[in-house]
Design a protein around this ligand. Structure first.
Ligand SMILES: [Zn+2]
Length: 456
């Protein structure tokens, strides 16, 4: 007899919602059936949606660097509560993951603390190119580089990840190509940003200065560059957190010609716009910046068309002061994302419904597409027999309010405070075990498994 049955729900299978019951044996999906399934244990999913567990392919829990802000236990608990069953952790830590030894060290830390399964993204920078092959064999999901210098005050976090001139960019792209893995790039022309900040400093300040110093060109220029590298070197490029329609268009046109390039879009850019950033004041320093409303809608259409492969959180836990005043009060924005892994699924699912695109558009970009793109398919990202029983149950007929207080992330604050969402996670299963029961994260710390990339 099977271990577990999920009966009565509507399951998302191969892009369609079907009235299928799910049978689970030994941590894997063993059957789908229109008939009620009997098992040792049954979950009644009547009235609920049954989807593959979300793959959040872009998180910065940063452990062991800043335990006061986040660690792997709190970050992956937040993931579980958000219906995320696999995270991909970025290489930033106090010493970035740019060598095999550091990769293994961080893997051990994740194995000790992770509540859900985890993949690891390794860093690629000119000093550590000799380590790339070893990290690929150790199971790196892909390699990450920044085409900009470190954020002020955070040099230890970014050490070895920043490739800031064309010699370094070319060398790094060539070396990543040799590994056969994807090269994930943060594409931002920081020279233009700095020039514009200087020019505008007399007339603008605060978040308006921050926004105006980051026109579309700041992203479009380096995306064009990496698209050319993908074309001429054959290195598969993945552009992280695409914010602009023009950048998405460059990716789309290259893809049509068979160039190995893809892009992702992150939570803030799908649900916030320029007006929101101005309303948020200092807390609107989200990097990369969010853009105007028409761009936000176009990004959704690029997700719908598949130009932008996946949706992820770019989760990073900062204090309000870090965001408003800069890291260690440098006055310059600390960096990237928001502590969003917990809200990634509810917010993007809610927004996809609100925009009339349908829940499935968000679900596909959160599950199946990242699994296929990063080589985790068919083990992850689907409900077909044989797949890991990573399953999330959703109630899309109740309203809940997002609050910082309720967060499992140590951030305990969010730019989405008070926002009403019509999608709620009621259960998260990791390989057949309940890790979130709708109220509490019950999955054991250390229950998460390492999910190696294609070279591991
Ligand atoms: Zn990031």
């Amino acid at each position: 007899v099977a271990d577990l049955a999920i009966n009565g729900g509507e399951a998302f299978v191969s892009g369609r919602w079907l009235p299928l019951n799910v049978e689970i044996t030994d941590g894997r999906i063993s059957a789908l059936s229109r008939d009620l399934i009997s098992a040792s244990r049954t979950i009644d999913a009547g009235g609920l949606k049954v989807i593959p567990g979300v793959i959040d392919s872009h998180t910065h829990f940063r452990a062991p660097a800043h335990p006061d802000k986040e660690d792997f236990a709190s970050g992956t608990a937040a993931a579980a509560a958000g219906g995320v069953t696999t995270i991909a952790e970025m290489p930033m830590a106090d010493v970035a993951t740019t060598t095999v030894a550091r990769f293994e060290e961080r893997r051990r830390l994740l194995e000790k603390d992770a509540v859900v399964d985890f993949a690891m993204i390794a860093g690629a920078g000119v000093e550590g190119l000799g380590e790339l092959a070893g990290m690929a064999r150790a199971g790196a999901l892909c390699f990450k580089s920044f085409l900009r210098p470190s954020y002020p005050g955070r040099e230890a976090n970014f050490g070895g990840l920043c490739v800031t001139n064309d010699r370094e960019v070319f060398a790094t792209a060539s070396a990543v190509k040799e590994t056969g893995l994807i090269w994930s790039v943060h594409a931002e022309n920081h020279d233009i940003v700095e020039y514009l900040e200087d020019q505008l400093a007399g007339t603008k300040s605060g978040v308006e200065l921050f926004l105006d110093a980051r026109p579309e060109l700041v992203e479009v220029e380096p995306v064009s560059k990496v698209a050319l590298l993908a074309e001429y070197l054959g290195v598969p490029v993945h552009v992280v957190h695409v914010t602009s329609v023009r950048a998405a268009d460059i990716i789309a046109h290259a893809r049509v010609r068979g160039v190995p390039i893809s892009g992702e879009v992150c939570l803030p850019h799908l649900v916030l716009n320029t007006e929101d950033a101005i309303r948020l004041g200092g807390l609107g320093h989200l990097s990369p910046r969010v853009r105007d409303e028409d761009e936000r809608i176009e990004l959704w259409h690029a997700v719908e068309r598949g130009t932008l492969t996946s949706i992820c959180s770019d989760h990073a836990s900062f204090s309000k002061d870090d965001v408003a005043k800069g890291w260690k009060s440098t006055g310059k924005p600390a960096a990237g994302g928001i502590a969003g892994t917990e809200h990634l699924l509810p917010l993007t699912a809610d927004e996809a419904v609100r925009l009339g695109l349908g829940l499935g558009v968000a679900v596909e970009a959160l599950t199946e597409r990242p699994a296929k793109h990063f080589g985790l398919w068919p083990r992850k990202g689907n409900l077909l027999p044989g797949a890991d029983a990573d399953i999330t149950l959703l109630d899309d007929s109740s309203q809940t309010t997002i609050t910082g207080d309720a967060m499992r992330s140590k951030a305990k604050w969010t730019v989405f405070e008070g926002r009403e969402v019509g999608v709620r996670v009621t259960t998260t299963l990791s390989r057949g075990r309940v890790v979130f029961d709708g109220a509490q994260v019950v999955g054991p710390v250390g229950g998460g498994n390492f999910v190696p990339g294609a070279g591991g």
